[in-house]
Design a protein. Structure first.
Ligand code: KIV
Length: 282
């Protein structure tokens, strides 16, 4: 049976050039599959707002929703490093909020670390959560909670100035005490500089191969998220089409009366039906 990696294992993997496999999951069944597939880390992302609840973005997601999904994932994947994603307004307003909400993820859902979005402006929160004895992963580049400010779900760091700002943010996050960093939707050349500059592990989602590991959204990997597909997604299955086919076949069978068949029904105990009929006559 695999052992849950610690932060030191993840650090060693960077030093040994071993890639970390990181995937999102929001529920018991997919988390169980992810652990069996040997994922090193699972992110219970606030992308659950889109992938599970059908919101247009991540902004409406609440702490209680995140905690509930983290609990289910924790139960399913006891030997995988679980990261809880701090939802919008759970850390932006004050450092105190940030520590209390990071603490809730740990106390109520048993996560191994939390992730929060932003560069220099969230470094006081990163420092305070780390001082509270918890592990923090930073998240820069395309940060979905501030997609309004970014002008949409767009690639970041494509000019020298914006790339420089990301590199400065990355350094500040490491200095503030984060034990790892996630970089989303930036060009691979910029990602390579960040990965080489930082001594902590740097993971990519949509930022190319020059990273210490990769993160993907499980709904994209499985081909079940239908609203849109980012350029960086590789679908490994078309479960959406399979699910649609299965539901349509079920509906056809119900309407035609071919389901349930005899093998899907329970038998009465031998001799009980005549007795029931007799009772009905009385
Ligand atoms: O919520 C999430 O799944 C994320 C990824 C988009 C990085 O934060």
């Amino acid at each position: 049976m695999k052992r849950k990696p610690t932060r030191f294992d993840l650090q060693k993997m960077k030093e040994n050039g071993e890639k970390v496999v990181w995937i999102t999951s929001y529920d018991y069944p997919t988390a169980e599959f992810a652990e069996k597939a040997g994922a090193d880390m699972i992110l219970v992302g606030d992308s659950l707002g889109m992938c599970v609840y059908g919101y247009e973005g991540t902004v409406p997601v609440t702490m209680n929703q995140c905690i509930m999904h983290c609990e289910a994932v924790r139960r399913a994947a006891p030997n995988t490093f679980i990261v809880g994603d701090m939802p919008f307004l759970s850390y932006q307003v004050s450092v105190e909020d940030a520590v209390l909400n990071a603490g809730r993820f740990h106390k109520e859902a048993g996560v191994d670390a939390i992730k929060l979005e932003g560069g220099k402006r969230v470094c006081p929160q990163i420092e305070a959560i780390s001082d509270g004895g918890m592990l923090v992963i930073g998240h820069i580049g395309l940060t979905p909670q501030s997609s309004g400010q970014l002008g949409g779900f767009k690639a970041q760091g494509r000019t020298a100035e914006t790339a420089m700002a990301l590199i400065e943010d990355a350094k500040a996050i490491e200095e503030a005490g984060a034990f790892a960093l996630l970089v989303e939707a930036v060009p691979p050349e910029v990602m390579a500089i960040i990965t080489q500059t930082l001594s902590i592990p740097v993971y990519s989602i949509g930022a190319g191969v020059h990273a210490d590991g990769q993160l993907m959204i499980c709904s994209d990997v499985l081909g079940i998220f239908q609203a849109f597909t980012p350029k960086f997604v590789k679908k490994y299955a078309s479960l959406g089409a399979e699910i649609q086919k299965a539901f349509e076949a079920y509906a056809d069978d119900v309407r035609s009366g071919s389901f349930p068949a005899d093998e899907h029904t329970y038998k009465m105990v031998e001799g009980e039906l005549p007795r029931l009929r007799e009772s009905l006559k009385e």
